[in-house]
Design a protein around this ligand. Structure first.
Ligand SMILES: [Zn+2]
Length: 324
């Protein structure tokens, strides 16, 4: 049994990452296939099954080599049944039986969890968590996802929607609309999209000048990375945007820490690649809004697994099941 592998899958709206891993969390091989969400998503699990079968063959292995398939999926998932409740980008109808569909396509046991939760599990197992059993992970990408791990287990909630840090309201009135249907969510100010929106707002004010303003004029657009790069160069307007983002993020994470007192809060996702300049700005606000016992014991850290966190966390689901 110990020599068996796990398949970890990170299902995305346009691409799906797959990895074969050992039971102790080493990646044997990883690759990516396109997510075919045409035809009401009918090909998605079949394509994953075929890709895994081909790869096993290339390794001279059969499916008996795999203990199971763990998958992270983009939306709330009912963990016990593996039903995806809301499937905006994948072409499926809501309440799609993803676990059953994947098991039928592969003849292997499957476990499904929300993708942000998988990223949190990945960081707990092999990343910045470094074995921490109480950990919160906030994924700052195109949107903002979150995962809360208490005593080694993901907090799922009654409807699989726990840990959705991105939809914590940070601007109670007059906030920008969010993909979830509300306004003023953390996602509207701390995602890559939200940061660009804040920057454009600042740039639209009369007499805006400096490096970021020049970039905007030259390129006709800006990215979240531009904002951090210019802030690092001392551009005042970019720093103003950075401080606004850090305020909302630090405030929200402090209140989560005041509630849960996790060992670590990990910042992951594309935006977290900004590194120290973001982490330090968030830390300042975090320290301002946490009370002393929490401030002294909950650590903010940057993720270390990058894009692999999802497949590693998905594989952990299977490992965890076999170790119980
Ligand atoms: Zn929202």
């Amino acid at each position: 049994m110990a020599k068996r592998w796990i398949a970890g899958v990170d299902l995305g709206g346009t691409a799906t990452k797959i990895a074969f891993m050992t039971m102790d969390g080493k990646i044997i091989d990883k690759w990516e296939i396109a997510t075919d969400n045409s035809n009401e998503g009918k090909n998605i699990t079949a394509n994953i099954g075929n890709s895994i079968a081909e790869k096993l063959k290339a390794f001279g292995q059969t499916k008996e080599q795999l203990a199971g398939i763990g998958m992270g999926a983009p939306g709330p998932v009912h963990y016990e049944t593996g039903i995806m409740l809301n499937t905006v980008n994948l072409g499926w109808e809501n309440n799609f039986p993803l676990k059953d569909s994947l098991e039928a396509a592969t003849s292997l046991p499957a476990l499904i969890e929300n993708d942000a939760n998988c990223a949190a599990l990945g960081e707990m197992w092999k990343g910045a968590g470094d074995g921490a059993k109480d950990l919160v992970c906030v994924t700052l990408g195109t949107g903002v996802g979150g995962g809360v791990i208490a005593n080694g287990n993901i907090v799922q909630g009654i409807n699989g929607a726990a840990g959705e840090i991105g939809h914590i309201t940070v601007i109670p009135s007059g906030g920008a609309p969010c993909n979830c249907g509300k306004t003023g969510c953390l996602e509207t100010v701390a995602s890559a999209t939200g940061i660009v929106r804040l920057a454009k707002e600042a740039l639209s004010k009369p007499k805006s000048a400096g490096e970021l303003a020049e970039k905007y004029t030259t390129n006709g657009s800006i990215t979240a990375k531009d904002v951090f790069d210019c802030a690092r160069n001392g551009d005042p307007l970019a720093n103003q945007v950075l401080n606004e983002v850090a305020f909302h993020l630090g405030f929200t994470l402090a209140n989560i820490a005041n509630t849960l007192n996790p060992e670590k809060i990990v910042l992951s996702g594309g935006v977290s690649k900004a590194g120290g300049i973001l982490l330090n700005a968030v830390k300042q606000q975090f320290e301002r809004f946490t009370f002393s016992s929490v401030r002294d014991s909950t650590e903010l850290a940057l993720a270390t697994l990058g894009n692999d966190a999802g497949v590693i966390g998905a594989a952990w689901l299977i490992k965890n099941k076999f170790e119980r």
